[in-house]
Design a protein around this ligand. Sequence first.
Ligand code: IPM
Ligand code: MN
Length: 364
Amino acid sequence: MSKVYDIGVLPGDGIGEEVVREALKVLDAIQSVHGFQTRRELMPYGAEHFLKTGETMPEAAFDRIRQLHAVLFGAIGDPRIEVGKLEFAIIAGMRHKLDLYVNLRPVKLYHESLCPLKGKQPKDIDILFLRENTEDAYAGVYGHTKKGTEHEIALQEMIYTRRGTERIIRHAFELAVKRGPKPGKDKPQVTLIDKANAVRAQDLWTRTFAEVAKQYPSVATDHAYIDAACMWMVKNPEWFDVCVTTNLFGDIITDLGAMLIGGMGIASSGNIHPGKVSMFEGIHGSAPKYKGTDKASPLATILAMGLMLDHIGQAEAAKALEATVEDLIRTGRIRSLRAGEHRCSELGSMVAEEFLTRARAQRR
Ligand code: IPM
Ligand code: MN
């Protein structure tokens, strides 16, 4: 009996539908080669659903997701709806309610033509970002008083718990051990990125990192303040290996990271609770102006689907998918990731067909 996985499919808004459609096309090809199956459950949440029903994402949907293996997610955000409403209910909703405390964001360059930095090659840019995904300024503790007056006070708390800090840092060390040293290094490295010199509450991160690091003598450690880290990312991205950081800084620096590897069209992420149902998405937004135009790159969602495969226990398939995408880029068949350079549907078909071709060649 082949394995069957239950996958929630939540395309969401804007380009979400088309990029998810292409990722599922690729998943069909992968399943046929790797001999597993998926039962896909469409989840309609997003702007259209909200406008029709007044419902963002009901508790029942989270309960259902808890019974699945993973969720493949497109994007959320629609100009017709109040900023943040759906993002908070659906994206943050999943991250918080399913306790997806690891936001895994690989920043890996597949070909130098995709990098805007002079002289940087794939060997120079291979970073794994671990963004804490449930706390910090995203914890939802905020408010305004005297709103609309000249005495208005606005406040949003950056909340860090010892448990929340420790579990993401520990996960970073575990991944570093699993990944092993980068070429030319004798140890894998974890860099802590924070702003503990100004945000003194982040001293909790400093202390927790030091304590956890002691338990991983085979891993080298480094530290950078977020401002300096942004600078080094542009100047010397080769210095970074595994990086662990807070929720808000992780949000920002991974957009910078995305630009080093080809942009929002290729940057993928996993919202993960190790061993439990997790959610996978491109880090891009819903890009409403491209909705339905077949112009958006589905590669971010396709690669996120690869992270999903790795998470549910299909690591071989995940590796083969990444190698397929890498090869299409390296050989110039995927020329550029700029919107409109290739059709969305064309990229999905290319990856699916190439996956099958490579599998056939290996069988011979
Ligand atoms: C991301 C996004 C979200 C975030 C937004 C849409 C709330 O930018 O996943 O990076 O800030 O986490
Ligand atoms: Mn972001």
